[in-house]
Write a protein that binds this ligand. Sequence first.
Ligand SMILES: [Zn+2]
Length: 203
Amino acid sequence: MFIHKIPSFISSIFPRFTWSKETDDEIYLTFDDGPTPEITDFVLESLAEYNAKATFFCIGKNVESNPSIISRIISGGHSIGNHTMHHYNAWNMDFASYLKDIELCDQLFQQNGIQSIGFRPPYGRITPKMYQQIPNIILWSVLTGDYNTSLQASDIVKSIKPYLKPGAIVVMHDSVKAYPQLKNILPEILTYCSSQNFRMSAL
Ligand SMILES: [Zn+2]
């Protein structure tokens, strides 16, 4: 069974990380691993239809190859976070090299006038050193599992609906891998959040 909701004991063990937010009416849709040609534009157009704002945790090398998409993200009023330069797995490398990859992404952002709202570790892989040394790590409370092709899109939406509520941070992916699911679940998530009068906001 796919676990869509982060158990509360996990978030209470790591209170320094942002898992969700306190708010009466806002929900936070987030998209990792882009920008990706066409797919990020599909997301931006879908968001615009609902006057929704969101947050994009971008991989530096994808930012390098798609500067015009970044301009559209920013002009749409969305926010951007650091998702490392090369999307390495923190569990498979030494911390200094991992930090360097975050820094490379940060430098690229600075060169391009991109303001980062925080850091999200690839694969959600966290380590004790990361916990001690990296400020402003933003994780999520709801994992759609859009990258999981063995799930049915209708089942994903049905399973996550109970967790779509004010304060939730929802993770999706504007990636080639996730697109077959994303193209079906995103319109439904937007319709549902809109019907509940949630304000879909950028972090
Ligand atoms: Zn990622």
